[in-house]
Design a protein around this ligand. Sequence first.
Ligand SMILES: *Cc1c(COP(=O)(O)O)cnc(C)c1O
Length: 361
Amino acid sequence: MKRVYNFSAGPSVLPESVLRRAAEEMLDYQGSGQSVMEMSHRSKIYEGIICSAESSLREIMNIPDNYKVLFLQGGASSQFAMVPMNLMTGSNKADFVLTGQWATKAYREAERYGTANVVASSKDKNFTYIPELDPSAFTKDADYFHICLNNTIYGTRFTTLPQTGDIPLVADVSSCILSEPVDVSKFGLLYAGAQKNMAPAGLTVVIIREDLIGRAMDFTPTMFNYQTHADNGSMFNTPPCYSIYICMLVLDWLKNTIGGLEEMKKINEKKAGILYDFLDRSSMFRGTVVPKDRSLMNIPFVTGDGELDAKFVKEAAQHDFVNLKGHRTVGGMRASIYNAMPVEGVEKLVDFMKAFEKANG
Ligand SMILES: *Cc1c(COP(=O)(O)O)cnc(C)c1O
């Protein structure tokens, strides 16, 4: 068997111990004689899985009791519509900070349902920084304020949250959920496609303050109404059963092997530090993001020479460092180093980069 170091932005690397456990349990989940893929989502045994996933997530993220956890489908991209349909129902206005492609998509979709206001944007410099926010530009009666907490494509992240007062802060946390502690009580709603840091594709997690449920626009499809899923324990219809099961295993790993989000943060800071330190010293490679806004999860870098970038990506893959090609809007390379990427993977990547620099410098 061969395992590569996988730097994919998503779907992405999962903890090896999780995959092994899933493999062991594939044909017979805990004496049930069935795979989790085969069992009824209404069975007692499956109820144990979804309840365990929810309670582990609540424990690990310290989610307050007045928040619901929803296990949905449709990806983070469906949330771009679901959030406005459910929340943009007071003044019919919302504020957006444009820090990249995903944030912009969320804004564009919300524009279809109400007045979407751009508070700030970093498009002028290809989203290589997080813009300063001027609170006087915030809409006083907005129904919510939307940010993308970690910008997967450009490799930036918010290190301080916008001060929105009573206006609910809504964040796309697809590529940073579970990477470090967050104070959930500062948000009205958090959402994440699970395929970056939680589980395989197919599962979307929404953490929503209860008072924001039950306000949806009249035409909202039943499946797009948070109330539907909150009232039915994410079991209104068939949930993404197997992804939720893997999510449960990932959360067990986070809790019992890693020791929680404070520990996870230390490991993630160590990994990112190894790569950023090298980028700052290298005479061939450089990071593309202003240092103060650098992501812990997604690290874009370039040589400045497109041909050399391509050579690097190709040779890296030959050495089992895969999926390092950067997003087409940034070029160069991007190393996504989510929770499940071991420290050793980053150390070995840097060793390879040093050797490449020596051979091609
Ligand atoms: C990957 C990603 C998305 C898109 O997620 P889907 O689940 O594919 O819809 C949205 N936002 C961010 C920040 C992402 O990283």
